[in-house]
Structures are given as C-alpha cells and as structure tokens.
Design a protein around this ligand. Structure first.
Ligand SMILES: [Fe+2]
Length: 221
C-alpha cells in the first residue's frame, strides 16, 4: 500500500492545519523533554541506574500494549496497516527482550522503589489509554516514538557509564523510531479525515501531556 505523503493534496485545509500543528506540538514537547535532561556527567551511578530502571519499568511491559490499544482505536485500513507493521516489528524483533538485556547489562533492573516512583504517572497514562481516544492516542504514541528516538544516545551514554557494552536496544531504536513517528502522523491524518465532528485542538494533546508527565518522573522521580 502506498504511504501517504504528509503534504498530500487530498487533505482538506483544516485537517492539514491540525496535522501541521500536531507535528509542531510533538516536536516542541520532545525538545522540551530533551532540554530537561540532567547532564550525564553530573549524575551519580545511583542516579544513572535509576533512570535506566524507571525507563525499563515503563517501556518493557507497556509499549506494545499501548501500541495495541492504538491499533484497536483506529478505523481506517491505512492507519491499521501502519500500526500493525509497527507492532509486528516490536514482536518479531523481540524489543521487550532487547530492552531487558540492555537493563540487566547496565545494572538497571527495576526494584519496588523504582516501580513505586513511577506508579502514579504510569496509572494516569493507563487510564488515558483505556479511553481508546483515537486521535489523542495516535499523537501520544507519535510523541513517544519521537522521544524514544531522540533519547537513545543519552540512554546509551548512561549505560556505558554504568560499564555496559550492550547497545543493541539503543542502536535499533535510534533508527527505527524516526520512521515510526512519521507513520503515526500519517495514521493521524488518515483518521482525521474520518472525523464527522470538528476536532478541538486543546483536547488533542491530552495523551501527549499525560505521557510527558510520566517521562518527567522517569528522569526526576
Ligand atoms: Fe521497540
């Protein structure tokens, strides 16, 4: 199936505006999250381990389930196809297993303390995901993929400073997630065309905002 260009002529002006705004909003949210990262050289081994452990506790068991929820929430064949490809890659290439190897090699196995530190924000994201709010959920995942990709060199640096040489997870995700973010934005545009009622901008970013809070807590509990 040919993938739709984001600037495709068939998309009405209002929808293109929503898409442009959404891409911009996500880009800014990612920039903001990246700018908030403490300098790796200023972190103690304890701090570095904590970030790796909390990141792993959030991603390992939730990423595929949240992407699955996104798959269940869309109605267009094109969006389904894009998200299915994303899920197939996650499952076939065993990304949770890859992440686990990464965490173990860096001494970043999550403890009860790590899990309790993210508990509240993680539960808020799950409650949001449960609503299966299509457009908001796609944007949340587009933000997530974009953030993960930009975060990889930093995460790899933390792990290397912990004495790890396991780089498969960070290598793979600094590449694949660029295409995944673009794919999700295309899925967003496709689903936007199916909306019968006018879409209100402020509510579009609810998912991005709850996930942003969780990411902040991963970095600074
Ligand atoms: Fe992945």
């Amino acid at each position: 199936m040919p993938s739709k260009d984001l600037s495709s002529i068939g998309v009405p002006t209002l929808e293109r505006t929503h898409l442009e705004r959404a891409s911009e909003h996500i880009e800014l949210a990612i920039d903001d999250a990246m700018a908030s990262l403490p300098k790796a050289e200023h972190l103690s081994a304890h701090d570095r381990r904590g970030i790796i452990a909390r990141y792993t506790a959030v991603l390992e068991g939730n990423f595929i389930y949240w992407m699955t929820a996104t798959y269940l929430s869309v109605s267009s064949a094109e969006a389904q196809e894009i998200i299915k490809d994303n899920l197939l890659e996650e499952v076939r290439d065993n990304h949770p297993g890859m992440l686990r190897r990464f965490a173990v090699a860096a001494g970043g196995n999550s403890t009860d303390v790590d899990r309790m530190a993210i508990h509240q924000d993680l539960q808020a994201v799950r409650a949001f995901v449960a609503r299966l709010a299509t457009l908001q959920l796609i944007l949340m995942m587009a933000f997530f993929e974009g953030f993960i990709q930009r975060f990889m060199p930093y995460l790899a640096d933390l792990a290397a400073r912990q004495g790890s040489r396991e780089t498969e997870y960070t290598d793979v995700h600094s590449v694949v997630d660029i295409a995944h973010t673009q794919g999700l934005l295309t899925a967003f545009a496709t689903e936007l065309e199916l909306q019968k009622d006018p879409v209100s901008s402020p509510t579009l970013y609810e998912g991005v905002e709850v996930l942003r809070s969780l990411i902040k807590t991963i970095i600074r509990p």
